[in-house]
Write a protein that binds this ligand. Structure first.
Ligand code: IVH
Length: 680
């Protein structure tokens, strides 16, 4: 059957979306959509593909066992047996349908085992003759990342198995997760250190396990729970899953205490419902229940599909809903002036955390949901990530509750009009002086999508703006140590780190700079295409509409947006400030290849003033090559770089016989790396 155009277009779109969200989830631990929304995309793609098998492409996400793999700093590990995923069920009917499917594959009866579905990150541990030799993330199911050093720091992951007769080989699968208590502790520490907070325990667990420094993993109090062996050589003859789990426990591996034997599908469904009602009493997050066939011989007969075993299914909980009071609806202004209405709620605990604010997207969405200030509303934390107001409980609406009207003016102190253009869903503040927009632009510029300046997060930028130290993104490059250190909650070390990060941002590639400017419609894809085509910001600024639209992926909307942006004098002034500061405005297109890591493991101390480098520049050069800068000279110091008017550190270096470099020597070291110890 030929595939209609609209069907194959939708399938292609779904494949792209799923790949994109895989990358957000697995590659960056930063999902943008809820698990439920993700599952809906996959379900839709599967439905399309089952109706039109010709629409299946070999690279479709439905055709592979795991998720796409993102670039990783960890080395690759091939699992002895692939780590499969599970098919999902969302209802009793889905469970019954699964039972019927597998009932046709083996003679009755089938007994089941139910387990909580831990919401963490799957890992595979390899024990050889009872010793932990390797641990890996799931990766794409076939090949994962080697996280052995990090897993070794987990109190739950024994280095040696118990008992006198450990199996020759045991590959065991489990979930690494953070208890709610440890998650709260971690976020409290992150907040104290003014670091980014983790959105949920799953992201925190994933971020903590994928650390380059195992001592960070060790400090996060991760837990492990084992639920399934992979490859096994040696060991007892096992007949059921329950025996298997008991054996894993005997070996000293942590297994979940809430595992239950279930005689039939009624018991299975009852177990799933019970888990759902207890989900917040466990002290850790679960996002469903896993149901497995108990009898291992039956499993063998049932086999697997390309991505999942037929003998197990994940029963996923629906997003949780709660009702609460909608106190008011307010509007926030984004960097492009977009005015987004949001709900201010009586805080309510839903989906594992407290929700006080939820976006309402735009005017039409408020109208569609017909939520009014004072209403009792239903709040859902879809996938436990993004809170959402579903709608009002009309039975509880107060008499005379008035519809909300979109404010006519910007909430900032200038109060300029908010306008909604013909054909657009959004209102915008079109004032180029709006202070909220200005602040948001700086936040965006320094943020992860932009110049990625560590230590210049949202709060810090607000602090700098409030202190009158920055008016636009260009001012960031004029900040001095004295200004920073005088701010509240900024010490010597953080001030210096921020300056180093600012310095390092000057070398970001053109495409990133272009994104950081926050020009409407110019996202990373368009930015890369523009950078590639023009090679310099000035040439993009000077390009005509015709020249711009010639670039693949740039249409009139982007072209006009660019021209409008560069026509604004304050924007041109910003570009000039960046130029003067020495920010890179030309190719290369993608990340600047980082300098060769010639100084890895080498520690520097800087003393005195250098002519050609500020302190931060010197530090950035060292750090960019893998080296470290410390403040005190010790025997472990590799080099002391000595400038004009050195301090007591020079004397200390002489006393300890640490190598000293003048500016010339420092330059040579940066260019050529340390002398080869074997050489002459
Ligand atoms: S068994 C071949 N059991 O859920 C079967 N998985 O959606 C392998 N998970 O990748 C999985 N709790 O990360 C199994 N009790 C449990 C689980 C569990 C959580 C995760 C696991 C897996 C994912 C599948």
């Amino acid at each position: 059957m030929a595939v209609p155009d609209d069907v194959s277009a939708r399938a292609a779109e779904l494949r792209d979306l799923i790949r994109y969200h895989d990358e957000r989830y697995y590659g960056h631990d930063e999902p943008e959509i809820s698990d439920a929304e993700y599952d809906a995309l996959v379900a839709e793609l599967r439905a399309v593909e089952s109706e039109y098998p010709e629409a299946i492409t070999p690279d479709s996400p439905t055709q592979r066992p795991g998720a796409a793999s993102a670039p990783t700093p960890f080395s690759e590990v091939r699992h002895l047996q692939p780590m499969l995923s599970l098919d999902n069920a969302f209802s009793r009917e889905d469970l019954v349908a699964w039972g019927e499917r597998i009932g046709k594959l083996v003679p009755a009866p089938i007994a089941y085992v139910g387990e909580p579905k831990l919401d963490g990150l799957a890992v595979s541990l390899l024990y050889e003759r009872g010793r932990l030799v390797r641990a890996a993330t799931r990766g794409n199911g076939e090949v994962g990342e080697d996280v052995t050093a990090n897993v070794r720091t987990l109190a739950d992951a024994p280095d040696r198995l118990l008992g006198s007769k450990p199996p020759a080989v045991l590959e065991v699968r489990g979930e690494v997760f953070l208890s709610l208590g440890s998650f709260d502790d971690l976020n409290r520490r992150q907040a104290d250190a003014e670091e980014r907070l983790f959105a949920n325990p799953r992201n925190a667990a994933a971020g903590s396990l994928r650390q380059l420094d195992p001592s960070i993993t060790a400090s996060r109090n991760l837990s492990l729970c084992c639920y399934q062996p992979g490859a096994v050589e040696g060991g007892p003859r096992l007949h059921t899953h329950r025996e298997t789990l008991a054996w894993l426990a005997e070996l000293g591996l942590p297994v979940n205490p809430h595992v239950e034997a279930l005689a039939d599908l009624d018991a299975v469904h009852e177990f799933c419902r019970r888990m759902e009602s207890q989900r917040h009493d466990l002290g850790y997050e679960i996002d469903g229940a896993v149901v497995k066939v108990d009898d291992l011989a039956q499993r063998e007969e049932m086999g697997r599909t390309s991505r999942s075993p037929r003998w197990a299914i994940a029963y996923k909980f629906l997003p949780e809903e709660k009702t609460t009071l909608l106190r008011s609806i307010m509007v926030s202004i984004g960097r492009t002036g977009r005015a987004t209405p949001f709900a201010v709620l009586e805080p309510v605990f839903v989906g594992g955390s407290t929700v006080g604010l939820a976006t309402l997207h735009n005017e039409d969405e408020v109208v569609r949901r017909d939520v009014r200030p004072g209403d009792t509303v239903i709040v859902r934390k879809a996938g436990d990530v993004i809170p959402e107001v579903v709608g009002p409980v009309l039975a509880k609406r107060r008499r005379g509750a008035r519809r909300w009207k979109f404010p006519r003016v910007c909430p900032c102190e200038l109060g300029q009009p908010l306008v909604r253009l013909e054909g657009e869903a959004d209102h915008r503040c079109v004032s180029s002086d709006c202070p909220v927009q200005r602040e948001q632009k700086i936040i965006y510029f320094a943020g992860r999508a932009g110049m990625d300046i560590e230590g210049l997060g949202e709060e810090r930028v607000r602090q700098l703006v409030a202190a009158g130290l920055v008016q636009d993104a260009g001012d960031v490059y004029d900040l001095t140590y004295e200004q920073l250190v005088a701010l509240e909650r900024m010490g010597d070390v953080s001030s210096r780190n921020v300056l180093v990060a600012i310095e390092a941002s000057k070398r970001r590639p053109l495409a990133r700079v272009l994104v950081a400017l926050g020009i409407r419609h110019v996202g990373p894809t368009a930015a890369v295409a523009l950078a590639r085509a023009f090679g310099h910001l000035d040439r993009i600024a000077a390009a005509s509409t015709e020249e711009l639209v010639e670039v693949d992926g740039v249409g009139t909307v982007i072209a006009q947006s660019l021209q409008a942006w560069f026509a604004v004098p304050t924007n041109r002034a910003l570009v000039e400030k960046l130029r003067v500061a020495g920010v890179n405005l030309e190719g290369p297109v993608l990340e600047v290849p980082t300098a060769a890591q010639t100084l890895t493991g080498v520690t520097f101390v800087l003393t005195g003033a250098l002519e050609g480098f500020t302190r931060e520049q010197a530090e950035a050069e060292i750090v960019g090559r893998g080296g470290r800068v410390t403040s005190g000279v010790s025997k472990k110091t590799g080099y002391v770089v000595v400038g004009e008017n050195p301090g007591s550190k020079l004397a200390k270096a002489e006393q300890l016989d640490v190598a000293r470099l003048d500016e010339e020597g420092f330059r040579r070291l940066l260019a050529e790396g340390p002398p080869d110890p074997e050489g002459d």
